[in-house]
Design a protein around this ligand. Structure first.
Ligand code: DON
Length: 600
């Protein structure tokens, strides 16, 4: 916890007669819980649920359903995602009647004074899907079909995931948790600046579908200006059906029929049987120690968690504090490690239910040491050189992340998506929800780039019932004494993993507070294309040095939206008492907010 020490060292009051703050950015503080999400109204819904006695899971589920209404780019009923939670055994988790009635989850792990588990509600390929689904007759990839057709949609997992985690780990009735989302859809909400611009930008996609055109544009066809009321009565009715009948409404009831009918009529593959067969499995979180903390994250089919842990293991012994935050020397090391780790992600990882992968070896100390050895000082190893080396084995932009902390230190990190903004742009007629285009996360053809430029291998080929490899990386961190510390994650496709990595390094290695850790400029490299994407704020001198070492750099739009929360403690001492929470909305997104639980 060297980082914490650094923060305390610069903060003593007597050292600062002007009472200036040590850092430029500051998290929101609360004496209770906190919700950080990409849209403020949805975050407020979760905070209010905390105020009514809900725990972190109730708040996360309430916010997720609200995001399906207020952040249609990414919040969803027709998509999927991942969730990692930790709840204290001696807090609200045992006072919930729902938990007392249900059997233990075998995948849960005991950590500190509570239990942690991951939930995989990633979409699955329909039974009729085949590896060559997106190939033209000449063998090229049909990008239009992979991103904008009904064929691009995989069987949605969100409704199964949210209702399941709420039934097992939540405290309040599902109806109460979903009521605010229903009201936002029914009565409407004033469109924010970001949504207004986003709808305008997505007009060509959304207006190509009559149901989407009706739902997301005004009667005269124009986009909703900021402040105008967006009402979604069909979506409200769908949410009401889920609140009353649970996931059965979506997978076997009215919504299943409407979705299957659209697929039948429009040439899609998803059948009523695919929907009825959908399951969201619990999973054992991946974990590693890092600089005295414990990091828990999502296992495959997230390629994010495994890649994040590989990176943390390679970087841990390097003296990154000495090379300095965002210096050329530090960025060089990060980038070389990123390229090695993404190479493994793209070749070796896939859906663990269908393909074997050498996860234990990839996450071993030995392998991390070998990878570290391969990083050359001040010399970039070109992607082409790396790709030509023997494999270590024989074998866009819209998603959304939210983090919740409750008054007992319960934590939830969950990332959910339709894949690209508004998914395939098709709204299910009569049901008012958009469909994902997650099938593009599969390998359409080995080596051909997907929407995020990822060139993946046969491990991630399309196959019936398989889940596409993801980069979503919901992550929790615990203090050395096992007490919960923070929840984070991000959207950004392939850039998610490196975003989460940098938030963790900024907080745990460089001692930045959570707000500064999230605000710092980010960099990204994923082997191919062989270049470093940099955000505004990396010094030109640094760029020149990196160029001298063989790197190519490109200034890109701001990356990610790492809405994060942290438990506040009285001190760093082991066993210290939590005194509330901290929250940060990533400043990169206009409508994001961290909202504190209202005082009782
Ligand atoms: O699962 C994945 O990795 C992608 N479908 C996530 C897409 C995404 O983050 C787009 N966001 N900005």
């Amino acid at each position: 916890m060297a980082g914490w020490a650094a923060v305390l060292l610069v903060a003593p009051a007597h050292a600062n007669l002007l009472q200036e703050q040590a850092q430029r950015f500051h998290p929101i503080e609360s004496s209770g819980g906190m919700v950080a999400a990409q849209e403020a109204r949805a975050a407020a819904v979760g905070a209010a649920i905390l105020g009514r006695g809900g725990n972190a899971v109730d708040a996360a589920v309430a916010t997720s359903f609200a995001l399906a209404v207020t952040l249609p780019q990414a919040g969803n009923l027709g998509g999927g995602g991942f969730l990692v939670l930790w709840l204290p055994r001696n807090g609200r988790i045992v006072t919930c009647r729902a938990v007392a009635r249900t059997a233990p989850v075998p995948e849960a792990i005991q950590l500190g004074r509570g239990e942690a588990v991951a939930l995989n509600f990633r979409e699955t390929a329909p039974q009729a899907a085949r590896a060559d689904l997106f190939l033209n007759a000449d063998g090229s990839v049909n990008r239009e079909r992979a991103l904008r057709s009904l064929l691009s949609t995989a069987v949605p997992g969100t409704v199964a995931g949210l209702t399941q985690v709420q039934a097992r780990y939540g405290c309040l009735p599902l109806r109460q948790v979903m009521q605010p989302a229903i009201e936002l859809a029914q009565r409407g909400f004033p469109v924010g600046v970001e949504l207004s611009r986003s709808l305008e930008a997505a007009a060509p996609l959304l207006k190509a579908d009559p149901s989407s055109a009706r739902q997301f544009f005004q009667a005269d066809g124009s986009a909703y200006p900021p402040g105008a009321l967006l009402r979604q009565p069909q979506l409200a009715a769908s949410l009401r059906c889920i609140a009353q009948a649970g996931a059965a409404c979506f997978y076997r009831g009215r919504l299943a029929q409407q979705l299957a009918a659209l697929m039948r009529q429009g040439g899609g593959l998803i059948t009523a049987a695919d929907l009825a067969a959908y399951r969201a499995p619990w999973a054992r979180p991946l974990q590693t120690r890092f600089r005295g903390t414990t990091v828990l994250t999502m296992p495959p089919p997230s390629g994010g968690g495994a890649t994040l842990l590989q990176l943390l293991k390679v970087l841990e012994p390097l003296d990154l504090a000495a090379t300095g935050l965002n210096s050329a020397a530090t960025i060089h090391r990060l980038v070389e490690a990123m390229n090695l780790a993404y190479r493994d992600r793209n070749r070796l990882l896939g859906d663990p239910d269908q393909v074997a992968m050498p996860l234990d070896r990839l996450l071993s100390d030995r392998y991390a040491a070998a990878q570290r050895q391969r990083i050359q000082a001040n010399r970039h190893r070109p992607a082409a050189a790396l790709e030509a080396e023997p494999s270590p084995s024989t074998e866009g932009t819209n998603t959304t992340h939210l983090s919740v902390v409750d008054r007992d230190g319960g934590l939830v990190a969950t990332t959910t998506t339709l894949n690209t903004a508004y998914g395939n742009g098709i709204t299910v007629p009569g049901a008012g929800f958009l469909l994902n285009n997650e099938m593009d996360d599969f390998t359409a053809q080995p080596g051909a780039p997907n929407a995020y430029g990822l060139r993946q291998g046969a491990q991630n080929a399309i196959a019936p019932g398989r889940r596409p490899l993801s980069s979503m990386t919901p992550t929790l961190v615990f203090r050395a004494d096992g007490a919960p510390l923070l929840a984070t994650g991000s959207p950004g496709g392939s850039r998610i993993i490196n975003t989460v990595l940098q938030v963790l390094l900024n907080r745990l290695v460089y001692g930045l507070n959570l707000a500064s850790a999230v605000a710092e400029p980010r960099i990204h490299s994923q082997l191919w294309p062989d270049q470093i994407s940099i955000e505004q704020g990396i010094s030109p001198d640094t760029v020149r040095l990196l160029e001298q070492w063989g790197h190519t750099l490109r200034l890109v739009p701001a990356m990610g939206s790492a809405n994060s929360v942290e438990v506040r403690y009285a001190s760093e001492a082991a066993g210290a008492r939590p005194t509330g929470s901290l929250g940060v909305a990533d400043p990169r997104r206009l409508d994001a907010a961290a909202i504190a639980q209202p005082p009782r």
